[in-house]
Each structure stands twice: as structure tokens, then as C-alpha cells.
Design a protein around this ligand. Structure first.
Ligand code: GLN
Length: 216
């Protein structure tokens, strides 16, 4: 039986708000489509080789863990970048999403260099968070996604980066420009918890379909 190799990036440190449910959904749909799964956590002491994985999940976390990972993950930057540029499938939520960008500012105001793989950056809100239900519309796929957001960071997409969807209800990336998340090549980023793939099954299946396409 063919195998889908799943990388759970810093999965022992980034797993807030039930985000691991995304991983369960990835495993569920992979099996449903006739594949077996091999899931590995790549964390502080591990290497990431782009060729070793078919799908990468990068979850959300608190500022404390994010700061450690921002430093530790610099050594993985080149391989992660080549994985993304070679159409590798990735799902990044909240803290993981922020870490793919140039930098992020913690709730306490500390500016942290992130991986700098994608031209986006995250500032902070002072004494405030975006917390609540959110709904967006993904024009490319003609899909509506629902979720729950809980973040201090406000993310801005630069260059010609496209969001995952347009905000119908809630705040999304920054509460200003109606963008939510990011869709770049086969990389999907979002602030949605809930978790994203459990509440939006179409997207879960879509990610697996893209993964299988890359295998062939
Ligand atoms: N600490 C980050 C923020 O509040 C990320 C939160 C998260 O991943 N849930 O913006």
C-alpha cells in the first residue's frame, strides 16, 4: 500500500486550541483514499529534508514557544523553502503561519525574526486580541469556510500574495483589509482554529487530493 508521509513541524510545541485535529483529518482522508500514513514530528533536534515528506502541518502556539521555534527553525529554512517552491503541500495555522513570514511582534512588543520564506509580516495589537467566530469566502474554489479565531498578531500580506479567503464575518489577518490567511502554491495558511479541517471538510479532502497529485 502506498504511504503518505506527514511531517508535523514542531508538533510537540505548537498544538494550541485543538489544532492537532487537523492532523487527524489529514490522516483520516489519506486512509480513506487508500493510503497508509507515516507521521513524524520534526522538532528542536531534528532535520527536515524536503524529499522525505508529502504533506507538512505547522500548528499554532503561544509566544513563548514561538520565540524558541523562530530561532531554532532558521536551520530548516532552505529545505522548507525548497519544499514550498517545489509545490509541497503545507497547512500552517496561526503561530505556524506567522513563522513563515519575515517577522512577528509578540504581545509584549518584542520583534522576532521569523523564517522569512514568504513576504508577510505580523505586528501586534496592544492589550487586545481577535477572538470569535469567523467566516470567509474562498473565491478560487467557490467555498465558504467557518472557524474560530484567537490571536493577538495582525498579519499583512506583501508582494502579490493572495489570501485564503475574503472575510465575511470576523477579523482575519488584520481586521482591516478583509483578508484571511494565505494561499500560495500548495501552501494554505489560516488563523482558523476549531480546528480548520474538522469544520471545513472540503478543504481537508482538497489538501489530500493535492498531496496525492504530487505523489504521481
Ligand atoms: N501567539 C500568536 C498570536 O497571538 C499566535 C497564536 C496562536 O497560534 N494561536 O498572534
Amino acid at each position: 500500500m502506498k504511504t503518505i508521509r506527514i511531517c508535523h513541524l514542531y508538533g510537540n510545541l505548537l498544538n494550541t486550541y485543538g489544532d492537532n485535529g487537523n492532523l487527524l483529518m489529514i490522516q483520516y482522508y489519506a486512509k480513506k483514499k487508500g493510503y497508509q500514513v507515516d507521521t513524524k514530528i520534526v522538532s528542536l533536534d531534528d532535520d527536515f529534508n524536503a524529499a522525505d515528506y508529502d504533506i507538512v502541518f505547522f500548528g499554532g502556539g503561544q509566544d513563548f514557544e514561538q520565540k524558541i521555534i523562530a530561532k531554532n527553525s532558521q536551520r530548516l529554512k532552505n529545505e522548507l523553502q525548497s519544499y514550498i517552491e517545489n509545490n509541497g503541500v503545507m497547512l500552517a495555522i496561526c503561530g505556524g503561519y506567522q513563522l513563515l513570514g519575515e517577522y512577528y511582534v509578540t504581545a509584549k512588543g518584542e520583534k522576532i525574526n521569523a523564517l522569512g520564506i514568504l513576504p508577510l509580516y505580523t505586528e501586534r495589537q496592544i492589550n487586545s486580541r481577535f477572538i470569535g467566530d469567523i467566516e470567509i469566502y474562498d473565491e478560487i474554489n467557490n467555498q465558504t469556510y467557518v472557524g474560530f479565531e484567537n490571536h493577538n498578531g495582525v498579519t499583512h500580506l506583501a508582494g502579490d500574495l493572495q489570501p485564503l479567503g475574503k472575510v465575511i464575518k470576523g477579523n482575519g489577518n488584520n481586521g482591516q483589509d478583509q483578508t484571511e490567511g494565505l494561499h500560495y502554491k500548495n501552501v494554505f495558511c489560516s488563523y482558523f482554529h476549531g480546528p480548520l479541517l474538522v469544520r471545513n471538510k472540503w478543504l481537508a479532502e482538497h489538501l489530500i487530493d493535492l498531496t496525492i497529485k504530487q505523489l504521481n
